[in-house]
Design a protein around this ligand. Structure first.
Ligand code: F3S
Length: 374
């Protein structure tokens, strides 16, 4: 891989051992994937934030890092809301470790907005190169916003944030952004149907670049749910939601293929995987209006969105539901080993394995009905 003079100096350790190590990671990645050069990135987003997933080894690794990131950088969600952890039943020993992780990231100049929807905080420019880790955010950035990012691991995203560059391969290149399979949907879909569709399609196509043909164009929230589902079950990082020329491989799905909903008597109902937008919070508030929650209902969003939706959140919480920030439902100890009902194809995939939870999926409306026992 070609390195310019500054890159060579960084690799030689002239900017210190932390940036040297970061450059070594980027060069190794570039060599593995045949990148010709490093390219500047507009922003980074780093996974590996919950103490539940990175543990003591991750905390120690972060403790050894010094210096600061060179591009705007955010974090994926962690295992708890930084203020409401007591309500979530999180133990103090976990809180101490979790907050130590956040402080370490902050000391590197990282914005500790812990969210899987960083694009609500600041949307990347079209065609901007990014180094993002969260699979659903990668999918949204590539497919809805027209930016360019591979799905980075936590260490490679951090290395890119420190250096301000990433190797030029994968979805940064035009040649890898061409649809190679068409998915034809001849029946109407709405809301959580798109998360279910993503869950189903990801299991069929695995890492391909699908082009969809829908009866009516999905909303951005629906595209977010679709991409999250496909990313979870099929590592799909880029899709095209608008009708285009059909590729030679076409898959046609029936309504029954997507109907993976089931009713349940879960311990807990959890919404917001990925984190809720303002319009999703509005919909949940509307569904809860005049009702009382009789089964725990947790709703995850980013602190950025929550800070701008305080009256909506008051309406939601007046029913007994709880809105939490900073938190990934899957990597939080709060929902471990509890049966969950979700409205997300991604949470349906990860709940059983990463959360050790019996997980079922319903529409947002049936999730709210289940929480209200009606
Ligand atoms: Fe976000 Fe966690 Fe779901 S990072 S997309 S809430 S699995």
């Amino acid at each position: 891989m070609h390195l310019n003079r500054n890159d060579e100096d960084t690799l030689a350790g002239e900017l210190g051992p932390v940036k040297q190590k970061a450059m070594e990671i980027l060069v190794a990645l570039g060599d593995i994937y045949g990148a010709e050069k490093l390219i500047p990135i507009e922003s980074a987003q780093i996974a590996g934030v919950s103490y539940k997933t990175i543990g003591e080894a991750g905390l120690e690794y972060l403790t050894d890092l010094t210096g600061s990131v060179t591009v705007p950088t955010m974090l994926n969600p962690m295992g708890m809301d930084r203020y409401k952890w007591r309500q979530m039943g999180i133990k103090e020993a976990f809180v101490e470790k979790q907050l130590a992780i956040i402080r370490r990231y902050e000391s590197l100049g990282i914005d500790a907005q812990c969210t899987c929807t960083p694009y609500y905080v600041k949307a990347p420019r079209k065609e901007a190169h990014l180094s993002w880790s969260e699979s659903s955010a990668v999918s949204y950035a590539n497919s809805v916003l027209g930016a360019r990012t591979n799905r980075e691991g936590g260490p490679s995203a951090l290395a890119a944030a420190l250096v301000g560059k990433t190797p030029d391969y994968g979805y940064h290149l035009d040649e890898n952004r061409v649809p190679d399979i068409s998915i034809k949907i001849d029946f109407p879909l709405a809301g959580a149907d798109f998360g279910a569709l993503g869950y189903v399609v990801g299991k069929i196509i695995n890492s391909q670049v699908p082009q969809f043909s829908f009866v009516t164009p999905p909303s951005d929230d629906e595209l977010k749910a679709l991409g999250a589902g496909m990313a979870a079950t099929g590592s799909v990082a880029l899709f095209y939601p608008e009708q285009g020329a059909m590729s030679s491989e076409i898959i046609e799905l029936e309504r029954s293929d997507v109907d993976i909903y089931s009713s349940s008597e879960p311990d807990v109902v959890v919404l917001g995987c990925p984190h809720c937008s303002r319009s999703e919070l509005t919909e949940i508030a509307r569904l809860l209006e005049g009702r009382t929650v009789t089964r725990p209902l947790w709703i995850c969003t980013s602190r950025f969105v929550a800070d701008r939706c305080s009256s909506l959140i008051s309406r939601i919480e007046a029913t007994g539901a709880r809105v939490i920030c900073d938190t990934c439902m899957i990597v939080s100890p709060a929902f471990e080993k509890r049966s969950m009902m979700v409205n997300s194809g991604k949470a349906l995939e990860y709940g059983p394995n990463l959360c050790n939870s019996h997980t079922v999926i319903g529409t947002t409306s049936s999730c709210v009905n289940t929480a209200c026992n009606t």
